[in-house]
Design a protein around this ligand. Structure first.
Ligand code: ZN
Length: 102
């Protein structure tokens, strides 16, 4: 079964951002220690990485009705770090209620 949606994982994004910040700090400390060419190359590699991550967070969700009530189910899980989260909605009775904004 294919996923409904793929997104960036919030946990992987936090980790990648923290790792990038650590590498930026190390790069600053390397100024004057590495040769100018090595320091420039290190900075270039750092810009390429820039804390970016792939869309490894798989989302599956569905909505359905049962006996006049709305139900929903959402599940997300990351193929990299294993973060998993599920959320269920309802049953919500919607018969006879107005739509939002009316
Ligand atoms: Zn993750």
């Amino acid at each position: 079964m294919s996923a409904d949606k793929w997104e960036e994982c919030p946990q992987c994004l936090d980790r990648a951002t923290a790792e990038h910040e650590k590498l930026v700090k190390q790069h600053q400390e390397h100024y004057g220690v590495l040769s100018p060419e090595e320091w420039m190359e290190e900075g270039r590699q750092l810009d390429l990485f820039n804390g970016m991550i792939d869309n490894t967070f798989r989302e599956d969700f569905e909505w359905w009705t049962e006996e006049g009530k709305l139900l929903g189910s959402w599940r997300g899980s990351c193929t990299m770090c294993g973060l998993t989260f599920t959320h269920k909605v309802g049953p919500v009775r919607f018969y006879g209620t107005k739509e939002e904004g009316e």
